[in-house]
Design a protein. Sequence first.
Lengths: 481, 175, 1008
Amino acid sequence: MADGISLLRSPLILGNKTAAQVTEDVCTPLDRGPGIAWWFAIAVSLSMFTLGVLAVIYQLFTGIGTWGLNNTVGWAFDITNFVFWIGIGHAGTLISAILFLFRQRWRTSVNRSAEAMTIFAVICAGIFPIIHMGRPWLAFWVIPYPNFRGPLWINFRSPLVWDMFAIGTYFTISLVFWYVGLIPDFATLRDRAVSKVKKTLYGFFSFGWDGSTKTWQRYETVYLLLAGLATPLVVSVHTIVSWDFATSVIPGWHTTIFPPYFVAGAVFSGFAMVLTLMIIARSVLHFEEYITLHHIESMSKIIIATGGIVAMAYMTELFVSFYSGNEYERFAFVNRMLGPYAWAYWIMVSCNVVTPQFLWFRKIRRNVALVFILSILINVGMWFERFVIITISLTRDYLPASWDNYAPTLVELATLIGSFGLFFTLFLILARFLPMIAIGEVKGVLSYGRKGIHVAGEEAGGTKSIKTPVQLGSGVQGGTP
Amino acid sequence: MSKRLFVAYFEQEEDILGVTRAAREQGYEIRDVYTPYAVHGLDKAMGLRKSRLPWICLGFALLGATAKLWFQIWTSAFDWPVNVGGKPLASIPAFVPVTFEITVLFAGLGTVAAFLLISRLRPGKKPLMSFNRVTNDRHALVLVENDASFDPLQAAELCDQYHCVEVEERLEEES
Amino acid sequence: MSHATTERHAEKSRLMSDFHLNTAESSADHDTVASSFDRREFLRLAGFTFAGVALTGCEQARVEKAIPYLIKPEEITPGKAYWYASTCAGCNAGCGILVKNRDGRPIKIEGNPDHPISCGGLCAIGQAQLLGLYDSQRLANPMINGAPTDWQTLDQKLMDRLKEIRTGNKAVRLLSGSLTSPTALALVKRFLASFKDGKHVIYDPVSRSGILEAHERTHGIRVLPRYRFERADVIVGVEADFLGTWISPVEFTAAYRSGRTLEGDPPQCSYHVQIESRLSLTGGRADKRYAISPSDRVSLLKGLLSLLEGKTTRAKPGESSHMLFLNELADRLRSARGESLVVCGSNDVASQMLTNAINEVLGNYGKTLDVQSPSYQHQSNDKALEDLLADLRGEKIGALFIHGVNPVYDLPGGKEIGELLAGVPLVVSFAERIDETAHRAAFVCPEPHPLSSWSDTEAVAGVVSLTQPTIAPLENTRALTESLSAWLGKPSSVLGLIREEWRTTVFSRQTMEKNFQSFWNQSVHDGFAVVAARQHRKGAFDSRSARNVVSTAAQGERFELVLYPKVSMGDGRHAHNAWLQEVPDPITKVTWDNYAIISDVAANNLRLASGDIIRLTVADADPAVTLEVPVWIQPGQPDSVVSVALGYGRKGTERFAKIGPQWLEGKPSVGPDGLVGVNAAPALQLLDGQLLYERQGVRIEKTGRQQALACTQTYQSIDTPPLLAQGTEARRPLIRYATLAAYAANPSAGSGPEHKSQSMWPEQHEYKGARWGMIVDLNACTGCAACVVSCQAENNIPVVGKDEVLRNRELHWIRIDRYFVDHDGDLDVAHQPMMCQHCDNAPCETVCPVLATVHSEEGLNQQVYNRCVGTRYCANNCPYKIRRFNWFDYAHDDAKQNMVLNPDVTVRSRGIMEKCSLCVQRILEQKIEAKKNGKAVADGAIKTACQQSCPAQAIVFGDMNDPASLVKKKMADRRSFNILAELETRPSVGYMTMVRNRSEQTGETSHG
């Protein structure tokens, strides 16, 4: 089929799919009943989730004391997990928004699930700031609502309030963005659905989409605008998260390079997570022709780039701490490298700085198994980065008399596991009921990397000899009025 | 009074583009073109105006920004002034992040709301016109048989040149 | 006619039909009808129901008499605090206290500023007496053979038994701790006199008998001198922890501090040398600390004595550092004849005699130590105790009355003593609870808590204090004096007895008041009276006795064991007091346990780490005594010495097993044997008339078991770890100190460079009215932890238990940071009380999302409990780490104990942040007071809890906007500095540089 392939650009979607085939490939998994693999997966993730729920319930009834925190270390696992999950979320928005603006058309086959990942990650993240409160049942007090207590408003100078608004906005916009993307696909599902229930359900969610070009045109505009909004938003979110620390006075927290550092880290970890999920998804749902090695490679490249930035940030941090001449600052960083938690620091460095370097090699980039392992290592490393920044800085700050160590309790570990359980549970459920690939968008890029092709709908697969209207001549095909 | 519509189905992007352009040149009234995905250039081929949604977006953005900034200054400097960490009552720099977030939120939601409104999309709505496989792999060109001068055969002729796979006539459903 | 009939018929039928209609209707929908006509019915039923409900309610509700406060006693205003002058009974020192009463219950104890002994200070133990009052485990009734009874029956039975004893002429002994109450002493004498062979035997678990014995031999007079540290320029403490636990710490701390005020030119500052075998609180303060092992003490004292007598020639430069030290010390002492004071803390008579000789040679008697009008704080006589034990063994004792001591627990061979008690026909105990000894006694006659009964005290000759009840006794108890008078056949109220005693013996010793009643009233009001001291005639100094003291020698390889009282636990009589159990030891910072202190060298040799449980075997004891205690590695400890605190392992401390939060990973506060700590008393030695606290030839073995020790400080040194100090200043400028020489040259030596404060934003918030501030003089602070407990009592701070302390979640609002400072080989200890610094630019305020911590117009950093949602961001962002979080709901279910709560302070709930409020409730109290009198709050009118109880008066609080205020003056002093001022937090709490009396010209701080 070499003749069908452009010499300049390799096609994004392999196997010379027709639009009809795309519809079939993406939608049939939803018709089929769940396989044994799915049941196994959901069983595991649900039990993880349940464990977490039990832990949280116990903690809510007993007190934050059931966590390993103390007078010196007020935040550890809770906020570490929060920042970690928020970071994960960023890749989704990046793929759907920033790559869209950069016209990276390969994004189309991964953006749907990446966006879903964003939303689920933000849900996981959002749980922690709430349950980490001493009195979570009063969490709504951080919302400025009219009241008769003064009137008593909130402190808009507090980074936690910024967080609240940032996460809220981020979640809403991501959700909207994701749903807008889904509308045409719902229409597709609606029109091919056979069972009455599915038809009405999908019909309900498809908002009465009929594929009119007028709507398509506005749709494209909205999509562009949302992308344009989401891009600065995603940057702002992790910037603000980083300000939780950057605006404080604690050595190791009070660092001006945090915003870019955190954003890069977020994208870094996010793409690692996307890879992890995509590699699973493509093999389980047989999307190898949609999520191709090309995709994996491109994402690996992004990981190299962002990983580079992260490594740079680590070095800058060290340099600045020494160059600043601030003894507390210096100590904080020496303590990271050689103190009681040095092991955490070195795990972080080896996972986040060393691991990505392997991806320089094309062979490794195209070796799915290896990339999978590396992506998981990077996720581990990024979790530890947050732990190092948040916890180690707290354990030893200004007054040596108030130094103290931190160790997580079983409850905390269970909560962390639970958050992963929630994440995968949501993802698995999604895989059952919604198209994991943006059908409409993929159809748009089918022709990419191929010469103008003409394939009769019924004859799938290989390209036939290409006809032109001239050769065809007259003669009415199909029904006449 | 319902109108008669002439519907022709195509399978290739370039065909629908071509036929639309041709139909427009030959003075047919194009009701709309229905496609499974956003076919680029089709809007130009139909001669549609650029959308005005960006202006709506801008409007909402400005609204969000001003409202939130005002709210923060009002609550912390006027309605309930209190000394927090020795900082000024109206600590403008500290108010920037939230202002930005609200700006984005307003802009985003406003735009989407406007889009749904203009395109008359809403949960549970039935599509006005449904064409076979148009959300799957077919493109449908819909012409209006506005007067006697409209000749279906002629139209079919035109369509055939662009590998039309099916042609049909139907009455426009009143919405 | 027919017409009429028809009419009638019609009429009838109509009626009928109506009737039918009605019946039909009524039968048809009878309930609508019912509901329509039965309003009355409803009311009737309703009435019944209500009655029913009410009745059942009555059945269930416990009947309680609520008495409206219609006619209130005129001297009581609800919600207003009343103060009663009294005397502390925490130990024998007899400090004056003021008891704060709210609505009829004591809620706070404070030092009495006018009291000649304590001068306003009060130690941790004194502060904690309040909790003891509300201890729900005190005996509620007198007991006979373990069964509760009433006093009549008890008196009946007891007097019958006494009759038998009188007729049988059996020996009667009253065994007690030092009794400082003249009334009690008189009654005891009278009571014992009523028997043919009645003797009063006195011993103290922490005995000072050696001092009295030594004076009997050297000065022919058995007294405990009154030590006058304020008059001494050179102070030499030998094993005497006089600022922490020795005789009268509060009095001595005040005196010591008054000798080191750094006022005048040259700045006045005494020179203090401490020679000791364990690092004590006093040693940590010393200008020169010299570590010895107990076996070297006698020879050292002899060496010093002979140097002072000029018998030995001065050391040559080449001589041992030991001799050089002695020479220097001798010179210092010689230069301060009559103005020096050498005190020895050991109970070993030999050492005490040498000490007396030294003081005699220096001519200190009558100047810095007074035997004419001595102290009665200790009257123990270990020889008498020894005799008593002999008599017990010989079963010569007919009746034994035990008061205020717990021989089965606090004496060596306690087990044996317990068995001996079983052999005594009549044992009567006056214990407040069934302790180790009391449960061997047939009769237990509990005494009321000192805060709820009358008593009197003559702790030092000429100062008689009164103890007055501040609440009706909470249990059915009776004072010793009352019981004795009852058994003497002329029962009388304790008040009557005291008044009688005072009328006869005290009133006559004063000249101020002419009539007794007014003298009495004045005394009750003041809480004390200063009267003429009974003069004791001191014999001529007998130098021989001291001369022929033989010095002991250490026994080779083995360890020497030193048993000592801990600052917070003393002799262990307050082991039931949770506040005291949770006070961090001023030196080790360990709570909730006692432990074997060894040096790091010894630890390395034995491969021991802190927390390893070791077995101490006292070989030369017979039978051999073993203790199993966890190890604590302590800088400043001589390598050959292991020290263990007394006062732990008390029966009844099982009660603390469940103190603090109970949860998944929570652990009990008690040790493996179910008690808090281990009783070290069995290792004591009662040898020829001396109760000895030092043992030779002690073996240490590793048991392989561990026991975590709850230390509140994970890092001990002021220098950051060498490995991590790379490229940074090892010593952070947190505690600043200078030598006296450096200070004399430059008053701001050590307090570092002035921090030039500049602001990023316009200063919008100026403090127009008052602006509260505090300053802590590190030169005065001894780290005695009195402030910690005082704060705990004032601010309703719960006890969290050992496990929570292990997790570093103690709730004390004041944390006394203790740093070890390596001063070229010698070890210095620096204490720094850390409470909320009330920063003007408070980092905690900015980050709180819900405005739960904000700044007041008077410069206070306020924590709004009911607004706090508990994000803990403020605590993270506090550079001083003084914020405390309520990790759990801390128990408040002991109703009796809850009476200790201060009604002016919120009891915090779970999940919220709390911290020092600078006692805002006290500020408001005084502001209201001032407002009522229409004038401004006078400087010094407001005293925070910590400030009030500080024996060294190291803490000063006041209005920084008032140029005349003391705090303002101190802030202006060149010794004052702020911690981490470079962070621009602008704290309202300042500190003052610590100055040590040394000659080298250094201000020892990284910025000095």
